[in-house]
Design a binder for this molecule. Structure first.
Ligand code: ZN
Length: 111
C-alpha cells in the first residue's frame, strides 16, 4: 500500500481521500463510482428533468460525477432546447386562449 496521497482515490464531492475499494466517502457519505446516488446517474437525471425539474435538472447535470464535460454540455443543450420548446408552446396556447376570450367578449354575453 502506498502512502503517497496522489495514488489514492479522491471523493468527487468533498475531495477527501478514499481507499480504492470504498463505495461511500468516509467524510461526506457520498457514493462513489457505481454507488453514486441515483439522481446523479444519467437515467436518474433524465427522469427528474422530464417528470418535474425541467430546467432545474441542469443542477443535477452539472453536479453529477457520472457525466463527462462533453456530456454535460450535450445534456445542457438538450434541456434548454426542450425548455424553450415548452415555453413557446405555452405562449402559443396563451395567445390562442386570449384571442378566443376577446372573440367571446366582442359577441357580448347573453342577457
Ligand atoms: Zn466526500
Amino acid at each position: 500500500m502506498a502512502d503517497d496521497p496522489s495514488l489514492k482515490a479522491r471523493c468527487w464531492g468533498c475531495g477527501g481521500a478514499l481507499d480504492r475499494q470504498d463505495r461511500y466517502c468516509r467524510g461526506c457519505g457520498r457514493g462513489q463510482g457505481e454507488y453514486v446516488a441515483w439522481y446523479y446517474q444519467p437515467w436518474g437525471i433524465a427522469v427528474c428533468t422530464l417528470l418535474g425539474l425541467g430546467p432545474f435538472g441542469l443542477l443535477l447535470v452539472w453536479r453529477s460525477p457520472r457525466l463527462s464535460r462533453t456530456a454535460q454540455w450535450a445534456w445542457t443543450a438538450a434541456i434548454l432546447l426542450v425548455t424553450g420548446w415548452v415555453l413557446l408552446a405555452a405562449y402559443r396556447l396563451w395567445v390562442s386562449i386570449m384571442s378566443q376570450v376577446s372573440e367571446i367578449l366582442k359577441l357580448g354575453l347573453p342577457t
